[in-house]
Design a protein around this ligand. Structure first.
Ligand code: SAM
Length: 238
């Protein structure tokens, strides 16, 4: 997958793209990330990318021209998916991450200040996506959140894909609790079933815990999920 990240702060990404799963995905060439500095497309000698809003009021607005030319430089066949990070957008979710992980080319635009000149959305087809009901100072944070969630779902990025499948939201419910060595610490023991070596019992225990956690903290997820016979039985026991 190729990802173009359009930003006025490319340096923001140097740490995150050089760590953990994102680093591994880039090194293994499962993902190619092209950082595009919108400032490079400003036409004046000061490399201006923002201006005061028409109509007055506080703050600055990202100008249309540099962003237009930056987009023009990356959009090849008008087949790429362009996402504008925005508090107005459709709420980002695991389902959206799954959908995006199948793309060949994704373009992420990081807004800043009061946002971007509205007219850019008329010149390029794009979807606005929000990572939650709060306002960030820049789309760089939102882009990184989405990128991390998407990239780990690209086959071959995680050492063990099963690990992603059993995470929260993948199957519409929360994940199950995790334990590792030592089996006992300060009198706290790991649940016996996890040491039993009985795979079927472990699977059922984990599913029950996942359903229980979801029932307690996110019952709304259960209302949306198509429950299997086994899910119903375990929920009854809970
Ligand atoms: N004036 C805008 C509004 O009322 O929604 C807020 C602009 S915000 C300070 C600057 C930039 O941060 C936005 O253009 C967007 O790129 C990004 N941003 C802020 N909140 C976001 C959110 N919840 N999800 C995704 N991006 C967000």
């Amino acid at each position: 997958m190729k990802v173009d990240l359009l930003t006025i702060f490319p340096e923001f990404f140097s740490g995150p793209l050089d760590s953990s799963i994102l680093k591994r995905a880039i090194q293994s060439e499962k993902v190619r990330i092209n950082l595009v500095n919108i400032r490079d497309f400003a036409r004046d000698k000061h490399k201006t990318t923002d201006d005061v809003p028409f109509g007055g009021g506080g703050g600055m607005v990202m100008m249309i021209e540099p962003l237009y030319h930056a987009l023009e430089s990356v959009v090849e066949k008008k087949q790429e998916k362009i996402i504008m990070t925005s508090a107005w957008g459709r709420r980002f979710s695991q389902d959206m991450a799954k959908e995006l992980s199948t793309l060949k080319h994704l373009v992420l635009i990081c807004g800043h200040y009061k946002g971007v000149d509205q007219r850019i959305k008329e010149l390029f087809p794009m979807e606005e996506v929000s990572i939650g009901d709060y306002v960030l100072s820049g789309g760089e944070f939102a882009s990184l959140v989405m990128l991390d969630a998407v990239v780990r779902l690209i086959p071959g990025v995680l050492g063990n894909f099963e690990s992603a499948v059993t995470d929260s939201f993948y199957e519409g419910i929360l994940g199950y609790p995790q334990y590792t060595r030592p089996a006992e610490f300060m009198g706290l023991k790991v649940p016996e079933v996890l040491l039993s070596g009985d795979h079927q019992k472990v699977r059922l225990w984990r599913k029950k815990q996942a359903l229980k956690m979801t029932f307690i903290t996110r019952p709304d997820l259960l209302e949306q999920k198509e429950l299997s016979e086994e899910d119903r039985k375990l929920l009854k026991e809970i």
